[in-house]
Design a protein around this ligand. Structure first.
Ligand SMILES: *Cc1c(COP(=O)(O)O)cnc(C)c1O
Length: 384
């Protein structure tokens, strides 16, 4: 086949596609294993919300219809729950799509976006894809006593978003700042006072995006509630998702909370039916599945505390977290450790792509999965 004579823009040519993990079934075939477990993507170990499943099953006979392009029922119920107006919510095919909509709506080619390193990888890719310029600020180091810790029992990981260094990167071309709080992959947070001091110095043409994918796992007293900042003067957008605490990652539904003017611009650039029909009814039902939500929080907290203790007992350093995942320092080559766990049927995430080559990231699973992980780690550690 002769090379096509396409004129692909340089920003697309140089993009590295997100490396999709192989389906578990393929990995099992490759490694000759069965019954493996996946603790790699911060999914909900309890499975999907049962109420969501029932609602989706009941809606399947309507699949010949386009979904409601306004997400009317989901927006109305969620707005009521959050105490905001439906016009202050924008839904997406996962909160990932809302990230894309923000960039599509507010970035002209050459405009700048500030992100951190390491952080969620999607921000950087989307900015480059749309012809924007990434300005990347390393997380800052804190003394252990300065870290906002949770109750998981892990060691404080002394790195968090460097809000002061981010301010120093703002120029006339800056349009967006992405802050995931808690941060993925570190599990760390910054506090409300620090955030407000930061906001006071952000110029008004900049939109601050607070990605709260894991907010459900943060203690109430430590949450930054984006709803306090919707009226400005600086535009603040909160991002939330049904992928984590609600157990619906496969359904792809998330949303942004923002003032109605900003939301109006996102509606201009989104596709009319960007949230599919099962996603709308599933998310709506999950919102009122209080039992499942409570169980998820209890299960996650207990699982993290148990795993922290057990893995520390194996001699590995485990880090404190405000999420459903945590980092482990495996004391050597994280990628090799990941490979060895894989051979034992335990899939975790190596952290070299995030700049932590000696670490792996693990998501809390079911009790049986957590036990299996600890056993597999003990076996790998005994080998070396
Ligand atoms: C998991 C995650 C999300 C969720 O993305 P969805 O598209 O809603 O599944 C968003 N931000 C961060 C930082 C995450 O880790």
């Amino acid at each position: 086949m002769s090379p096509m004579k396409l004129k692909v823009p340089a920003n697309i040519q140089s993009l590295i596609p997100y490396p999709p993990g192989k389906p578990i079934e393929e990995l099992e075939r490759e490694y000759g294993i069965t019954g493996s477990i996946k603790l790699a993507s911060n999914e909900n170990g309890l499975g999907p919300s049962p109420k969501a499943l029932a609602a989706i099953a009941a809606a399947l006979t309507k699949l010949h219809r386009y979904p409601d392009g306004s997400n009317y029922y989901l927006a109305t119920r969620l707005a009521e729950k959050l105490g905001v107006a439906p016009a202050e919510l924008v839904f997406g095919n996962g909160s990932n799509e809302v990230i894309e909509l923000l960039i599509a709506a507010f970035l002209a080619p050459g405009d700048e976006v500030i992100t951190s390193q390491p952080t969620f990888l999607v921000y950087h890719t989307m900015v480059q894809a749309k012809g924007g310029v990434n300005r990347v600020v390393p997380l800052k180091k804190l003394a252990p006593a300065e870290v906002l810790t949770s109750t998981t029992g892990g060691a404080p990981l002394g790195v968090v978003h460097d809000l002061t260094a981010i301010l120093a990167q703002i120029t006339d071309r800056t349009r967006l700042i992405f802050l995931d709080n808690p941060n993925n992959p570190t599990g760390t947070i910054f506090g409300r006072d620090e955030f407000e001091a930061f906001l006071a110095q952000v110029p008004e043409q900049v939109i601050v995006v607070l990605d709260e994918a894991y907010v459900d796992f943060v203690a109430h007293a430590q949450r930054i509630d984006v709803r306090h900042y919707l009226a400005g003067p600086v535009a603040v957008v909160g991002l939330r998702t049904f992928s984590k605490a609600y157990g619906l990652a496969g359904l792809r539904v998330g949303y942004g909370i923002m003032n109605a003017e900003l939301a109006g611009y996102l509606h201009r650039v989104r596709q009319p039916f960007n949230v599919n029909l099962p996603a709308q009814v599933g998310a709506l039902a999950a919102l009122d599945d209080d039992d499942f939500y409570r169980q998820t929080l209890a299960h996650t907290g207990a699982g993290i505390a148990w795993l922290t203790k057990e893995i520390q007992g194996l001699g590995c350093q485990v880090f404190d977290t405000h999420t459903n995942f945590f980092l482990i320092d495996v004391g050597g080559d994280g990628r090799a450790f990941y490979e060895k766990l894989l051979r034992l049927g335990v899939i975790v995430r190596p952290m070299s792509a995030y700049g932590y080559p000696g670490y792996i990231r693990i998501t809390v699973g079911t009790e049986a999965e957590n036990q299996r992980l600890v056993k597999a780690m003990a076996q790998v550690l005994a080998e070396v």
